[in-house]
Design a binder for this molecule. Structure first.
Ligand code: SIN
Length: 340
């Protein structure tokens, strides 16, 4: 598929809400060559917008500050607030699209949560930056310009939640952070970006196939279930799984080795947890590829669900939303992982 669009004429500018949550894009360091020793989330949305020349030729901007955090501290309560705010804005006849500025560290989790919990076909685009706003060659202003350009383009409608970063357009389900420092920090492993945005032009080269937004049964709840992630690695014990079960965990995602294989000690602990009603999802720590359901002899016997192409962090998002929607039975969960 190849869909392209340019920005609208001044008379019919789209109305785009820009919601700021913090992150490095809103970060400030003591000097311009400092790109690591900065404080994230200290610059407000008005200053972020003021650093982007030409925005007012692309859209009428409605600015809002939802949070001012380093996204390592993202909370489930803030996801609920954000989803509610986005849903209200997109339901309004006064708004044509939403852009969210976010930290890069948990962007992929927030984006996937919104991809499942936003109930609108209007554009919703997340963006971020790897360099603080105070840095030489800060990447935030161009990323923000491109995110607004994308949200203002008709081509973004109905594509689910998108991530605009370093000129590329990614699907929220696929995108992951792949570098601790590089400006080209996001990729969509196996599938690639959906398209690109550059110099006011938006071009989609493919379309995501999995259902999202208006085509899911999910909503960000007021109360979230306890769902955690454990990893499998050489010499791991069952201590963490048993502690989580004792703490009343409702779901556990395991970041397994290879094709979601699990060390025997942890596998037994997870099977015991599943037998006690905990939802157990098998994902992989590898970073690309998929974890296939391995049938009667393994997953079915042990009570596990396989995560498919979702990494452990995104698998946790889907499991959180599924349990919050009252879906916890193993076969029903497997259908969700096979579908979304
Ligand atoms: C954060 O995630 O808030 C800090 C790191 C970043 O935005 O790059």
């Amino acid at each position: 598929m190849n869909t392209s669009a340019s920005t609208s004429s001044a008379a019919t500018l789209p109305r785009i809400a820009v919601l700021a949550t913090g992150g490095t894009i809103a970060g400030s360091a003591p000097d311009a060559s400092n790109t690591a020793g900065y404080q994230a989330g200290v610059i407000g949305v008005a200053q972020l917008l003021a650093a982007v020349p030409g925005l007012d030729a692309i859209a009428h901007i409605h600015a809002g500050q939802v949070a001012s955090i380093d996204s390592k501290d993202m909370s489930l309560a803030l996801w609920s607030t954000l989803a509610q705010r986005v849903n209200e804005l997109l339901a309004s006849d006064e708004i044509d699209g939403v852009v969210i500025t976010h930290g890069t560290d948990t962007l992929e989790e927030t984006a996937y949560c919104l991809h499942l919990a936003v109930k609108s076909a209007k554009p919703c685009v997340l963006t971020a930056a790897m360099r603080p706003a105070s840095a030489l060659s800060a990447d935030g202003p161009l990323n923000l310009l491109n995110a607004v350009t994308l949200a203002a383009s008709g081509a973004a409608a109905g594509q689910g939640v998108l991530v605009a970063f370093n000129n590329r357009i990614h699907c929220a389900r696929d995108v992951v952070k792949v570098s601790t420092y590089a400006v080209d920090a996001f990729q969509s492993p196996e599938v690639g970006a959906l398209g690109w945005v550059q110099d006011g032009r938006v071009e989609f080269q493919r379309k995501a196939l999995r259902p999202h937004t208006v085509d899911t049964p999910f909503a960000a709840p007021a109360q979230w279930p306890l769902v955690e992630i454990v990893a499998s690695y050489a010499g791991v014990s069952r201590v963490a799984v048993d502690a989580l079960v004792a703490a009343g965990v409702r779901g556990i995602v395991v970041a397994g080795t290879g094709n979601g294989s699990i060390h025997g000690a942890v596998q037994q602990a997870l099977a015991d947890a599943a037998a006690r009603g905990v939802a157990v999802v098998r994902a992989s720590r590898v970073g690309s590829g998929h974890v296939m359901h391995n049938g009667a002899a393994k997953d079915d016997a042990l009570g596990f669900v396989s995560a498919g192409t979702l990494n452990p962090y995104k698998a946790r998002v889907l499991l959180l939303l599924a349990l919050a929607a009252g879906i916890g039975e193993k076969a029903a969960l497997q259908r969700l992982f096979d579908t979304y």
